[in-house]
Ligand binder design. Structure first.
Ligand code: C5P
Length: 245
């Protein structure tokens, strides 16, 4: 598994979030952009609606699948949940780092017993939580510190990388070094709207700051021409790879 950001092909870095209400819409969108994006992300909405078969149907398009289930439970339950995915063609799976190191280790053991090419990613902190929410849920310190601490724990537990916001990516890359995936949502090309994302970055800046992968949803899925929008974002990734800041 290649986790050196400089060595990953531009297309492989582009993950499209298939945040669609059902299989029909998701597969239509996926078909349109399957030659441009490197991975399709199936989230809770689509997975719970359609069941595991949606993963197989998306994978049949010949593009890797990222299953974004954000698992968070006791270690034995999370390990068994990972084992339950046996046979499904999944390249990335998310778990919550807040579940602690034992939970992450149990998930990593389960994943490696399934398929060594399955990369487990730790969700560091939901971007919907801001520091002003911390006291209410018993969290302390700054969000940067928390994300950094959880990312280090994820690496210690044997995870392949973490999901974090663009705000943290530079510090994270410095702390974890190379060889660890940093997967960044909240990506907006310059001049595009924010939608509900609070901490956004352009594709070029996220890559320059050390992201290995970008998760993009609405800038492609809500575009009048998803194929053209995906190609434009791919060009921005290529530009950032060609001309590092
Ligand atoms: O449409 P947009 O580009 O904002 O979609 C971003 C995708 O990344 C969505 O699937 C969203 O659930 C996901 N995501 C996020 N923030 C996180 C984790 C995942 O926006 N912290």
């Amino acid at each position: 598994m290649n986790r050196d950001p400089g060595e990953i092909a531009a297309r492989k870095r582009l993950i499209l979030a298939l945040d669609m209400p059902g299989a029909k819409e998701a597969l239509e969108l996926a078909e349109t952009v399957k030659d441009v994006v490197g991975c399709f992300k199936v989230g809770l909405q689509l997975f719970l609606r359609e069941g595991p078969s949606i993963v197989e149907r998306v994978a049949r398009l010949g593009v890797p699948v990222f299953l974004d289930l954000k698992l968070h439970d006791i270690p034995a339950t999370v390990a068994k949940a990972v084992i339950s995915l046996k046979g499904l063609p999944i390249s990335f799976l998310t778990i919550h780092t807040a579940g602690g190191i034992e939970m992450m280790e149990a998930a990593a053991d389960a994943a490696s017993s399934l398929d060594s090419s399955l990369a487990l990613l730790g969700v560091t902190l939901l971007t919907s939580l801001s520091e002003s929410d911390f006291p209410q849920v018993g969290l302390m310190g700054s969000s940067q510190e928390l994300v950094l601490r959880r990312a280090m724990l994820a690496r210690e537990a044997g995870l392949a990388g973490v999901v974090a916001s663009a705000r943290e990516v530079s510090r994270l890359r410095q702390a974890v070094g190379e060889g660890f995936y940093l997967v960044i949502p909240g990506i907006r090309p310059a001049g595009a709207g924010n939608d509900d994302q609070k901490r956004i970055a352009t594709p070029q800046s996220a890559i320059a700051l050390g992201a290995t992968h970008l998760v993009v949803g609405r800038p492609i899925s809500a575009s009048a021409d998803p194929g053209q929008s995906a190609r434009a974002i791919l060009s921005m990734i290529e530009e950032a790879q060609r001309e590092p800041i």
